[in-house]
Write a protein that binds this ligand. Structure first.
Ligand SMILES: [Zn+2]
Ligand SMILES: [Zn+2]
Length: 162
């Protein structure tokens, strides 16, 4: 395991966290995770020693036993909290490579096309001038993948792209 602190946060940077140790990473196919992430499944990793270092998530009680944390400013899904502990959204980690999923759960709700996603054709740079021009024009307002002393910067034009 890396000696670096494990950090992460939401897209806008209003909520940042630090984790002492990551547990097992999973993807959950349940319908509630699909909704909560607005995605095909919920990627989550157990977070031991979780501290909020900037702001704190808002929460939605998605069931009688679970509440889900998210950034009230930008909507990034952040946590799955239950009596057994807290899990953090893998994509919210500054380095999601630290949490390769080891198991998938709740197969009954799995979307049929998930199996074939890795076989889809790629759109590559150079195939569309319009798309390439659009991508070049992007000036991201996303918090960078590391802690910052001040956020947001004085001008978003100084921010990182994508
Ligand atoms: Zn945010
Ligand atoms: Zn789920």
């Amino acid at each position: 395991m890396s000696a670096e602190p494990i950090t992460g946060g939401c897209q806008c940077g209003a909520v940042r966290f630090r984790i002492a140790r990551l547990g097992r990473a999973s993807i959950c196919h349940c319908r509630m995770c699909q909704k909560a992430f607005g995605s095909f499944f919920g990627p989550l990793v157990t977070a031991k020693g979780l501290e909020w270092t900037r702001g704190e998530p808002a929460r939605f009680e998605s069931s009688n036993v679970v509440r889900r944390g998210f950034c009230a400013a930008c909507g990034t899904p952040l946590t799955y909290e239950y009596a057994g502990g807290t899990e953090i959204a893998i994509g919210a980690l500054d380095d999601p490579e630290l949490a390769p999923p080891a198991i998938q759960v709740n197969p009954a709700d799995k979307l049929s096309y998930v199996e074939g996603l890795h076989t889809l054709p790629w759109r590559l740079a150079g195939e569309s001038l319009a798309v390439d021009a659009f991508m070049t024009s992007v000036k991201g307002r996303q918090h960078p993948d590391h802690d910052t002393e001040f956020w947001p910067p004085a001008s978003h034009d100084k921010g990182e792209t994508t």
